[in-house]
Design a protein around this ligand. Structure first.
Ligand code: NAD
Length: 481
């Protein structure tokens, strides 16, 4: 099939390369000419494992090409995919649809024969109707059909997810378009991908419902982690025990510093707003948004608490800046909240990330960027793991311990073993792992802080003191407001 992909971002570029690899002839149209120039030379503007090799292989096989000009590409296409961004509009929370609608207008001015327009971007329910209306203002209705085909790939595992999807959802209400979509995804039948045909609106809704459900799972385990800290349970054991239930499943049950990225934050906001407008508010999701925002700030407070209540003038080494490992994407990354809060509390930040440094430079002013993880921790008063890159799991921890000025490690992703860290002499703070690990006899200086900042040691030493009460939230006393 001849396919045009509009947008060469995280979704468009991966989808274009994967569709070409399935044997289709794909032209990727990107409005950013610098990206097009780079891609033509085989340089990939984003970091995604395996993507560079896939793009180069399909470019040299003449199945994949790049252009900034939709005209030539679109005329002969069987299907034109729209994979442009749909960011949330500031505080308002609606999806910014201007890129999708601009793409629809561009398409309307170029198609000649019957063409299927495939909306791959995540769009609010009913948006495909709008795309149909925009194109229909210039093109006779029998010459095109609009299909919803949301993307479920995860950055960091995007190629694998595209090629071995749990399901492909196709919202289609036109038989000719259904046949074209069936042919496009036919090669995936060899991996037994479930192809689910639905109405367009159901398809649009599936994408939001799925994403918001996963965001809820993450937030749920984060709150359970907080509770584990209070009641001396270990969230890793709890998460495993819960995730082994086949009704629940283990994925997205790893506690951390709050969800970020280009999808969960905006999709929860957009669904919340959309549901309110439809007079069917989803209160569960509204709460989710608030809890997640509060969590990132709480993580900054956790770091400050671990540094004995103040980071003023202290050098804090941050390991990992991207919102997850395996990508250079910094959109809505927890580091963008945690780092500025630590700076505001008086810390000097030095940071290292295996893939996100280029983007981080402009997003995190005042942060010193180190070239390697070991340079980052050298002379620091504490190290903080924000993103769980494998590189950090494999660090020589003895070397890290020796490089640090103070042996404080705040691990917001639980990548290290408590026993190992303590045996190496670290003061180790992690997420949701309980009191029974407190080895104060061996390390009398050790204090465990929950993410709400209650000192466990102090709590035990003074069982009748105010610290035995749930913490009421006056963080000014530990240097951050
Ligand atoms: P992105 O910002 O990385 O990429 C969008 C690209 O489209 C940019 O390169 C932009 O320059 C280009 N573009 C915008 N308007 C254009 C036009 N008229 N013609 C040609 N190019 C144009 O966005 P993304 O992360 O790839 O997300 C795209 C959509 O997919 C969003 O709706 C997102 O919610 C959804 N999605 C994203 C992911 C993810 O992990 N990133 C996963 C699933 C779904």
């Amino acid at each position: 099939m001849r396919i045009v992909m509009i947008g060469a971002g995280y979704v468009g570029l991966v989808s274009a390369a994967c569709l070409a690899d399935l044997g289709h002839e794909v032209v990727c149209v990107e409005v950013d000419e610098t990206k097009v120039a780079a891609l033509k030379k085989g340089r990939i503007p984003i970091y995604e494992r395996g993507l560079s090799e896939l793009v180069l292989a399909n470019q040299s096989a003449s199945r994949l090409s790049f252009t900034a000009n939709l005209n030539d590409a679109a005329r002969a296409a069987h299907a034109i995919f729209i994979a442009v961004g749909t960011p949330a509009l500031g505080e308002v929370g609606s999806a910014d649809m201007r890129y999708v609608y601009d793409a629809a207008r561009d398409i309307a001015s170029v198609i000649e024969d019957f063409t299927v327009i495939v909306v791959k971007s995540t769009v609010p329910i009913g948006a495909c109707d709008d795309v149909e209306r925009i194109i229909g203002e210039r093109v006779p209705r029998n010459r095109f059909a609009v299909v919803s085909n949301p993307e479920f790939l995860r950055e960091g595992a995007a190629i694998e997810d595209f090629n071995q999807p749990d399901r492909v959802v196709i919202g289609v209400e036109d038989e000719r378009a259904r046949l074209v979509m069936a042919e496009i995804y036919e090669p995936l039948s060899s991996v037994r991908a479930s192809i689910l045909y639905t109405s367009r609106r159901s398809s649009e809704m599936i994408k939001y419902a799925a994403n918001v459900f996963l965001a809820m799972k993450v937030t749920f385990i984060n709150e359970i982690a907080d509770l584990c800290e209070r009641v001396d349970a270990d969230v890793l054991e709890v998460s495993r025990g819960v995730g082994l239930d086949s009704c629940i499943g283990p994925k997205f049950l790893t506690p951390g510093s709050g969800f970020g990225g280009s999808c969960f934050p905006k999709d929860t906001l957009v669904l919340t707003k959309f549901a309110r407008e439809a007079e069917a508010p989803i209160r569960l999701v509204e709460t989710l948004v608030e809890v997640n925002e509060a969590r990132m700030a709480a993580m900054a407070r956790k770091v400050i608490a671990a540094c004995d209540g103040s980071v003023v003038g202290k050098r804090i080494a941050v390991l990992g800046l991207t919102y997850k490992p395996g990508t250079d994407d910094m959109r809505e990354a927890p580091s963008l909240v945690i780092v500025p809060k630590l700076q505001a509390a008086g810390a000097q930040i030095v940071a290292y990330d295996p893939a996100g440094m280029r983007t981080a430079r402009s997003l995190l002013p005042g942060v010193q960027l180190a070239e390697y993880a070991y340079d980052c921790v050298e002379g620091a008063d504490a190290a903080v793991v924000i993103t769980e890159w494998d590189e950090f799991r494999a660090l020589d921890l003895k070397r890290v311990r020796a490089a640090l000025n103070q042996p404080i490690m705040v691990d917001l992703r639980n990548i290290y073993s408590i026993e190992t860290m303590r045996s190496l002499g670290f003061r180790y703070f992690c997420i949701g792992r309980g009191f029974r690990y407190d080895e104060r006899s061996a390390h009398p200086q050790v204090q465990e802080f929950s993410s709400r900042g209650v000192s466990r040691t102090a709590r035990e030493d003074r069982p009748d003191a105010e610290l035995s009460m749930p913490y009421s939230g006056d963080w000014t006393r530990i240097g951050i407001t």
